[in-house]
Design a protein around this ligand. Structure first.
Ligand code: GLP
Length: 256
């Protein structure tokens, strides 16, 4: 039997047994968004998150592409954020991660990957250009989101203004500590990034937030429940008209 979604704070929440089920549900939603745009004669615009959570989802979409069921060659792939301070060819740049995990395996034209520009001397202007390019391609059809342990989305750390767009941000020490697994030490983790703002994220026509594992349970509960220590950034999704949160058992543990 398929688990039915519940509604928490106006948000559709699908609680599934494990991470594999989350990936299957998310991949189905992603594939559907691509089909829907193509049926309307448009190039799909898919917003993607980096991090470990969505990797199994991307692999399932890759399997659909390889089986010949899906051809996203003309889709636009839009990143949420990019580290500042890594060399252009550094494999830990999110641009390179998305080329490896999404763009190449899905057969998307690499010129259709939109990532905030971080090599410019004027990052305020670069963030503005990112917003303009995003608007020019028609905005995001479906934005996939992960959630940080402190409730961040993209790199919008606690205290981010929900009205803000793409901009230079400073990473919280806990975010740098969590992301240190991808670096030799926490000292190597960049201090800054350019991130889509919460206002940018809320402009996507659909949002799909994924969370798996017990380490995300508190952030999920804060995003969708009473906010003891003030709002966490992810709670802005409550104001979006088309949002689904997909959780595994462990991530849903603290949700009422
Ligand atoms: C990172 C990214 C987010 C991501 C989050 C969770 O720092 N900027 O976009 O959703 O943290 O990552 P993970 O899925 O690896 O837990």
């Amino acid at each position: 039997m398929r688990p039915a979604p519940t509604v928490v704070e106006g948000v559709r929440v699908l609680r599934l047994p494990d991470a594999a089920a989350v990936a299957a549900a998310a991949a189905a939603a992603l594939i559907d968004a691509i089909y829907q745009a193509q049926a309307q004669g448009r190039d799909p615009v898919i917003g993607v998150a980096t991090g470990d959570t969505p990797q199994a989802t991307y692999a399932r979409v890759t399997a659909a592409v390889e089986s010949g069921c899906l051809d996203p060659a003309r889709a636009w792939i839009v990143a949420l954020d990019e580290y500042v301070g890594l060399g252009r060819d550094d494999p830990r740049r999110y641009r390179h991660e998305l080329l490896r995990k999404v763009v190449e395996p899905w057969g998307v034209d690499p010129t259709r990957l939109l990532v905030p520009e971080v090599d410019s001397a004027d990052l305020t202007e670069a963030a503005h250009v990112f917003e303009e390019r995003l608007a020019a391609i028609g905005g995001v059809d479906l934005q996939l989101l992960g959630i940080g342990r402190n409730g961040h989305v993209g790199f919008n750390e606690p205290g981010s203004d929900p009205e803000q767009g793409t901009r230079l941000v400073r990473l919280a020490p806990s975010t740098r500590a969590a992301n240190a697994v991808h670096f030799r030490s926490v000292d190597e983790v960049p201090q800054e990034a350019v991130s889509q703002g919460l206002a940018t994220i809320l402009r996507a026509r659909r949002l799909l937030l994924l969370a798996t594992g017990p380490q995300k349970a508190a952030a999920v509960a804060a995003a969708l429940g009473p906010e003891a220590d003030g709002p966490v950034p992810a709670s802005v999704i409550r104001s979006h008209p088309h949002v689904t949160v997909v959780l595994d058992h462990d991530a849903a543990r603290l949700l009422r």
